[in-house]
Design a protein around this ligand. Structure first.
Ligand code: SF4
Length: 351
């Protein structure tokens, strides 16, 4: 099912309920003028602790993501993601390979979480996401990592694959905030989210960085976990909610991201990712100047070589047709690296 604004009316009604329950519906412009990260404003309104408790309670019967395993993760049980209630982290470091508005001069403060609730067959981080490499740490140590990234000058805390460890993240943010954390949070997700959980992040996250990987459930079922046939509907609904909360990308006078939505879409061989449908959906449901990173960096990774239609590199023509489709759809705000790649490829084709 394609999700659009009309069939999200029900979701909007739930958001109104959330607002009446004390969850602020954010104004992006006011938030940016304010200059503080969202979670600090929520704390000052006296609402952060209650929200942390609500999110943390999810481990009792885990329905953090669309798999809705219903397991008690406080004990020995794990669900499809393979994660327990104790967070496992592979690394925390300033990262210079992310989108330029996140990287700035001093890097994006990435924290790579182990395990994943989507696990694509072509995952470029498979030792971390599939094999669960990493170290078990406490929420206090996670807070230490956030403070360390801030001390090293990073512009944000970039939570890579956060969905299945959200309770640990919000508890750590609460601890780190009391020790002076003031960087915006980047919610860097595969897009396989429950919109109900994204609503709970209203007033905590400033920058959403979701993928929209597939537009056809048959492809997500084939190339991600087999129970992820609802990926397109889940990701689309969540992205609309993310945009409702934070709006379009806003940067400071140095071009560094402060708040807003940035969408990633990896172009795949043989049009498997549904790129034409992706740009059409964005054009129909979001502002035309939504920040888009249409990515050419496809690689045959992990088990991708087992699938004939994706077991090859991306043709230059496949990336260029994606950029053409995006412009034909009226979209205007593209990632600088994608634009640079496009220019190089077009020159190469012309020579
Ligand atoms: S986060 Fe993990 S345990 Fe929870 S619903 Fe998703 S896959 Fe299942």
């Amino acid at each position: 099912m394609t999700v659009n604004r009309r069939n999200l009316l029900k979701g909007a009604a739930s958001a109104a309920v959330a607002a009446s329950a004390g969850f602020p519906l954010s104004s992006a412009a006011a938030a940016v003028r304010d200059g503080r990260p969202a979670y600090r404003r929520l704390a000052e309104a006296g609402l952060l602790d209650e929200r942390i408790e609500t999110i943390a309670a999810q481990y009792d019967e885990c329905r953090l993501c669309p798999h809705e395993c219903g397991v008690d993760r406080n004990g020995r049980d794990t669900g499809l993601c393979g994660a327990s209630a104790r967070v496992r982290v592979f690394s925390h470091t300033p990262h210079f390979g992310e989108e330029i508005p996140l990287v700035g001069r001093r890097g994006s403060g990435t924290i790579f979480f182990s395990h994943c609730n989507l696990r694509c067959v072509f995952c470029q981080n498979w030792p971390i996401a599939h094999a669960g490499r990493g170290r078990l740490i406490s929420d206090r140590e996670l807070a230490d990592m956030m403070i360390d990234l801030q001390r090293r000058g990073c512009h944000n805390i970039n939570l890579v694959t956060p969905t299945h460890v959200l309770p640990n993240i919000v508890r750590a943010v609460g601890l780190a905030m009391r020790r002076g954390l003031r960087l915006p949070l980047v919610y860097n997700t595969s897009g396989y989210e429950r919109v109900e959980m994204i609503r709970l992040l209203d007033g905590i996250v400033d920058i959403y960085l979701p993928d929209l990987k597939f537009m056809d459930g048959a492809q997500s079922e084939r190339f991600a976990m087999e129970r992820a046939g609802d990926y397109p509907a889940m990701a689309q609904a969540s992205i609309l909610e993310m945009h409702r909360q934070v709006g379009n990308l806003v940067t400071d006078d140095r071009g560094i991201a402060l708040r807003g939505l940035m969408i990633r879409h990896l172009v795949m061989p043989n049009r498997v990712a549904g790129t034409r449908e992706f740009v059409a959906w964005v054009a129909e449901n979001l502002p035309r100047d939504t920040y888009l990173n249409i990515m050419p960096q496809w690689r045959v990774e992990h088990r991708a070589f087992e699938y004939e239609d994706i077991a090859r590199g991306l043709y230059v023509s496949e990336f260029l047709e994606a950029m053409d489709w995006a412009r034909e759809a009226g979209l205007t705000h593209f990632d600088e690296r994608a634009l640079a790649a496009e220019e190089v490829y077009r020159r190469r084709l012309a020579s």
